[in-house]
Design a protein around this ligand. Structure first.
Ligand code: NDP
Length: 250
C-alpha cells in the first residue's frame, strides 16, 4: 500500500542519528522543520544568513528534551563563492563525516511584476539564490551524501513552479527550474541509494506568503508546523526508493 506523505504517521525518534542540513532554517517553514526534526532525533545543521536569528532557533532546539545539539552554518546564498561552499562542506565533513538529509528550503520571492516590467538585476538575484546557490550546495554536498546509508535530498517547489502564472516572474521560473533540477538529480542517481524529491508546501503562514499576499487573512492559512509530515517522510527510512517525485504538503 502506498503512503500519502501528507498523512504520514511516524514514531518520535524516526530521524534519530540522521544528520540533516536545512537551508533557510532561521525562519518560516525551514525553522519549523528544524525544530521538529531535532525533536525527532535528527542532528540538525541550521543554515541561514542571520546569526542572531539562527541562534534563536539553536536556543529553541536546546530546550527540546532529548534533541541533539544543532550546528549553525552561516552562508549568504546571494554572495557566497566557491570557497564559502567548500569551507562549509569541509567543516561538516570534519564534524560529522557524512550528510543524510539536505533540504533546499531557502528562497526569495523577488517582486510581483510582469515579464515586461521585471527588473533584470532582480531577476538575476532571484535565479541566483533560488537555483544557482541550490546547484552549488548540491554539488559540494554530494560526496558527503554518498557517505550516508540512506541519503535524501529535498527541493522546495511551489504551485507556480508547475503552472506558470501572471506576475510571478523570476520566482515562478526558478521553481520550474527547481522541479527540473530534482528530476535530473534523481535520474542521475537512479542506480544509487540517493533519492531526490520536491515538496510544494502550499499556502503557508510565513513572511514570504505575507509579502506575496499582504491583504489576505493569515488566520486561514496553515502554519509551518502543520505541513511537515511529507518532509519527515522523505527524510526518514520509509521513503527509501522514492525518487524523482513531486509532492504537495497540503
Ligand atoms: P521565509 O521567507 O519565511 O523564509 C525563507 C528562509 O530563507 C529564511 O530562513 C531566510 O533567511 C532564508 N534566506 C533567504 N534568502 C537567503 C540568502 N540569501 N541566504 C541564506 N538564507 C536565505 O519563506 P517560507 O518559509 O515561506 O518559504 C520556504 C520555502 O517554501 C521557499 O522555498 C518558498 O519558495 C517555499 N514556498 C512557500 C510557500 C508559502 O506559502 N510560504 C508556498 C510555496 C512555496 P532570513 O531569515 O535571514 O530572511
Amino acid at each position: 500500500m502506498s503512503i500519502d506523505p501528507r498523512s504520514y504517521e511516524y514514531p518520535d525518534d524516526i530521524l534519530k542519528n540522521r544528520i540533516v542540513l536545512i537551508t533557510g532554517s532561521s525562519d518560516g517553514i525551514g525553522k519549523a522543520l528544524a525544530l521538529h526534526a531535532a525533536g525527532l532525533g535528527a542532528q540538525v545543521i541550521l543554515h541561514g544568513r542571520s546569526v542572531p536569528k539562527l541562534e534563536k532557533v539553536y536556543d529553541a532546539i536546546e530546550e527540546i528534551d532529548g534533541a541533539p545539539t544543532p550546528s549553525i552554518a552561516v552562508v549568504d546564498l546571494e554572495s557566497a563563492n566557491a570557497e564559502s561552499y567548500m569551507t562549509l562542506a569541509q567543516s561538516i565533513e570534519s564534524e560529522f563525516g557524512r550528510l543524510d538529509g539536505l533540504v533546499h528550503n531557502a528562497s526569495i520571492l523577488g517582486e510581483r511584476y510582469s515579464i515586461e516590467q521585471y527588473d533584470a538585476v532582480l531577476w538575476q538575484k532571484v535565479m541566483h539564490v533560488n537555483v544557482t546557490a541550490t546547484f552549488a550546495l548540491t554539488q559540494v554536498f554530494l560526496p558527503l551524501l554518498h557517505k550516508s546509508d540512506d541519503p535524501s535530498v529535498i527541493f522546495t517547489s511551489s504551485g507556480v513552479g508547475r503552472t506558470g502564472k501572471s506576475f510571478w516572474g523570476a520566482y515562478a521560473v526558478s521553481k520550474f527550474a527547481t522541479e527540473g533540477f530534482s528530476q535530473v538529480l534523481a535520474d542521475e542517481h537512479r542506480h544509487s541509494k540517493l533519492r531526490s524529491n520536491c515538496i510544494n508546501p502550499g499556502a503557508t503562514r510565513t513572511n514570504m506568503r505575507l509579502a506575496a499576499y499582504p491583504a489576505e487573512d493569515r488566520d486561514l492559512l496553515k502554519r509551518p508546523e502543520d505541513i511537515l509530515a511529507p518532509y519527515v517522510y522523505l527524510l526518514g527510512p520509509d521513503s527509501k526508493g522514492i525518487t524523482g517525485e513531486s509532492f504537495d504538503a497540503q
